[in-house]
Ligand binder design. Structure first.
Ligand code: SAM
Length: 237
């Protein structure tokens, strides 16, 4: 299956499930606190520019807007049209939050009028990606590109579901695994050749490991009963 076919599958899938996903994304217990923490881990200052890769229905965008204030810029990028419509509804009150359509592995900033000024190294202060890297063909390569985009001193923050050894972990993991399977586009590759959660675990590990390699300072945290891993990196030279 080609990368573009699996990309089309993902877009069709998220398009169909946008409302349901939005409910899970914003209402699951523990998730709003995680989103606030992920935005704080971007270490933004007022007036900064932050890009959220794979922003989905926009659940993180208000928290990022809170960090950069009215004088900053928030860009939410996703390749699925219907989730972006929801994200636009949620952020309609802010004129400095731009929700744009495009591929997180090759952000089209220069060609989008609202964000045409963004895209050179150093223009972006932080990149956030929550529950996204497991969907990418080459998650470590994407993390490299995001580190290059923010440049030395900028921040890249990843949050993903990860398995935990705590005593209460089995039921919580089962819920997350169900969310992972439900939120994995039904490509032949993901669904039938591999157990989706194992394949996702490997991709997530590769992405977080690459962020650690590229960072001169790293903060690792776990949230939501230990099953969500958050890594924030201040990028080195
Ligand atoms: C599990 S959802 C997470 C959404 C959001 N980050 C959140 O925390 O709720 C994954 C999102 O990543 C988007 N996505 C996956 N691969 C992408 C890519 N290559 N470029 C842009 N968006 C992508 C999907 O369209 C979907 O909205």
């Amino acid at each position: 299956m080609s990368a573009s076919t699996s990309g089309e599958d993902a877009q069709e899938f998220y398009g169909r499930w946008a409302r349901l996903y939005d409910l899970i994304a914003r209402r699951t217990p523990g998730i709003p606190a995680l989103r606030r923490r992920a935005a704080a881990a971007c270490r933004l200052e007022r007036g900064d520019t932050v890009v959220e890769m794979g922003c989905g229905t926009g659940a993180n965008l208000p928290y990022l807007r809170e960090q950069v204030g009215p004088e900053g810029t928030v860009i939410g990028l996703d390749f699925t049209g219907p989730v972006l419509e929801r994200a636009r509804e949620l952020t309609a009150e802010y004129d400095n939050v731009h929700v744009v359509r495009g591929d997180a592995t090759s952000p089209p900033f220069g060609s989008i009028p609202e964000v045409a000024a963004v895209g050179d190294a150093g223009d972006v202060d932080a990149v956030l990606a929550t529950f996204v890297v497991g969907m990418l063909e080459d998650p470590a390569g994407a993390v490299d590109d995001w580190c290059d985009l923010v440049g030395p001193g900028g921040h890249v923050v990843l949050a993903n579901a990860a398995r935990s050894d705590e005593w209460y972990a089995p039921p919580v993991n089962a819920v997350f695994r169900a969310i992972v399977v439900l939120s994995t586009p039904p490509t032949t590759k993901l669904r039938y050749e591999d157990a989706p959660h194992l394949r996702l675990d490997a991709k997530i590990d590769a992405a977080h490991a690459r962020l650690r390699e590229r960072s001169r300072a790293v903060a690792d945290e776990t949230h939501v009963f230990g099953v969500v891993r958050l890594t924030g990196g201040r990028i080195g030279p």
